[in-house]
Design a protein around this ligand. Structure first.
Ligand code: 3UK
Length: 519
């Protein structure tokens, strides 16, 4: 089992100890035109920690909002906060003032460290916060008020980390908002070390020479783990990209010689046509999380690059991945098995265990788990000591878990249970389809019907003939009653900043269209 001492600061373990172990001269973080060694990152983090404590009045337990695209300074700020015993609240770069106001309020943020490139929305938000005491910005014009760098230069580059308890909170993760209302999850120093030990040691098995890369923001715990914590835990390095659209990511994998990539299924689909360019590069491991990985996407990527994707389901509430598989134990259509350290099962509506083969709610238990910050939804997520992730899964006799849908995305049509992703996967296999999303919409006769929103590949036309083609195609690959009775073509799907489909927006779109129709 995982044992941690009573006093533990995860910044000490991951950063100070890395240098103490003799990794100081190893590369730690890369960005275009820049590499920081472990020793350089430590020195930067120490100076920032001194600014936080001596200039900004931070005391242990204060919450510090971090706002930046993925870059080395963001990582230095994250460690500075944790070193000083504060609570890091890394946020999604795309958030606007309105969303920032909600976070400043929910998390009772007292301090902010912000990249000047993203200061505008913060300036709109900060006036509305009663808790905020001090802000520093980096990368601003020389002489700017609240500039971080001159303050850093006024301090020495050593700092004695605050002696925190293993069960002190060190970070707040905000959930990605597929349903709109954000929740903050609390995680301890111990939890950070636990996720470094579980999935990476048993599934990813990275080495010191690995170069990590990927698209998820550090404000999303998928990115924090994959691009910061996991590489540093083994003395490897990580490439941080401020913009990581599929073509930029592809270029960066090539130019930085990346070996381990983290991204979401949509990116693998978008990159697959150029995937052959990755043959002969150093890339050897590709991780997918955030959304279910369709079997067709796995096959597409394998054909293009020769690489078997490592799928894994994680959640902000559990901090990182808890069901996954390595390249050698892929089972078609399955997310994988419980990561060593975690237990997973499928339960019915009353929380009773279901046998293999039956669809139910996924329940997970392990070294990390959900602690919402002052939110009544805590008792929905954690019941009888098990975390209910809101996903419908089925387990086979060997303990492999097969994703069905979000519990809310099970469609009941004329008495049939239909999982939206199953229809989506069937549609995705058609060569004209680039992306698609399926919802259940109200229907007088059948209760609900399956409606598909389809993004076509360039050059395809969304006419009546295409609707028929797609409907016929689905009927040929899955049970005919699952075919989409309504098909609507759209230019792009609504997604969260983490790349997750927002089905609630499609429901709103459908209702809007219905209301607009005369009669
Ligand atoms: C869904 C998946 C099927 C699932 C996350 C890795 O996604 C992360 O956290 P979020 O809080 O969302 C959690 C929900 O997303 N999901 C994620 N991965 C998969 N569904 N297959 C997958 N591989 O509905 C889950 O409940 O945004 C992912 C690491 C850290 C994370 N926070």
């Amino acid at each position: 089992g995982l044992q941690f001492p009573e006093r533990l600061n995860c910044a000490t373990e991951l950063l100070d100890q890395a240098v103490a172990r003799g990794w100081g001269d190893r590369p730690c973080l890369h960005a275009p035109g820049l590499t920081w060694t472990y020793a350089e990152l430590l020195a930067q983090a120490n100076r920032i920690a001194r600014v936080l404590v001596h200039d900004m009045g931070l005391v242990p337990g204060n919450r510090v909002l971090l706002r930046a695209p993925n870059n080395p300074m963001l990582v230095a700020c994250w460690f500075a906060v944790v070193k000083a015993g504060g609570i890091a609240v890394a946020t999604m770069p795309l958030l606007r003032a309105k969303e920032l106001v909600a976070i400043l309020d929910i998390a009772q943020i007292s301090h902010v460290l912000c990249d000047a490139a993203l200061a505008e929305e913060l300036d709109l938000a900060r006036a509305q916060s009663p808790w905020l005491r001090a802000v520093r910005t980096w990368g601003s014009a020389p002489g700017a008020a609240e500039a971080l760098e001159p303050a850093m230069q006024a301090h020495p580059s050593h700092f004695d980390n605050v002696d925190t308890a293993a069960t002190d909170t060190c970070l707040l993760g905000f959930t990605s908002g597929t349903t709109g209302v954000p929740k903050a999850t609390m995680h301890f120093h111990r939890d950070v070390m636990a996720i470094c030990r579980c999935w990476p040691e048993h599934v990813l098995r990275p080495q010191a020479g690995d170069v990590f890369i990927g698209s998820p923001p550090i404000g999303f715990t998928f990115g924090l783990g994959g691009l910061v914590l996991f590489p540093m835990h083994v003395g490897a390095s990580s490439v941080l990209l401020e913009k990581a659209s599929p073509p930029l990511l592809l270029d960066a994998v090539q130019s930085f010689g990346a070996t381990v990539m983290f991204t979401a299924p949509t990116t693998y689909r978008a990159l697959a046509p150029q995937g052959a360019l990755l043959r002969g590069t150093r890339l050897r491991k590709c991780v997918s999380a955030g959304e279910a990985l369709p079997a067709a996407t796995r096959a597409l990527w394998k054909d293009a690059t020769g690489i078997e994707i490592i799928d894994g389901i994680g959640a902000t509430e559990l901090l990182h991945i808890f069901i996954s598989h390595d390249e050698a134990s892929v089972r078609a259509g399955a997310t994988g098995r419980a990561v060593p350290g975690y237990r997973a099962k499928v339960v019915d509506a009353e929380g009773r265990d279901l046998p293999p083969g039956q669809v139910g709610r996924l329940a997970v238990q392990g070294p990390t788990g959900c602690r919402y910050l002052a939110d009544p939804r805590q008792t929905q997520y954690v019941q009888n000591g098990w975390n209910l992730t809101g996903d419908a899964y089925v387990m086979d006799a060997d303990g492999y878990f097969f994703y069905q849908a979000r519990t809310d995305d099970m469609i009941v049509s004329a008495g049939y249970n239909i999982a939206a992703p199953e229809v989506e996967n069937a549609l995705l296999a058609h060569p004209a389809v680039a992306e698609c999303a399926v919802i259940g919409v109200p229907d007088e006769e059948r209760g609900q019907i399956v409606k598909a929103f389809v993004v076509l590949k360039p050059g395809e036309s969304g006419d009546e003939a295409m609707v028929l083609t797609l409907q016929t195609f689905v009927k040929q690959t899955v049970a005919p009653y699952k075919y989409p009775r309504a098909v609507s073509f759209i230019a792009q799907l609504p997604r969260t900043a983490t790349g997750k489909l927002q089905r609630f927006r499609l429901h709103a779109l459908h209702e809007g269209n219905m209301a607009a129709k005369p009669g």
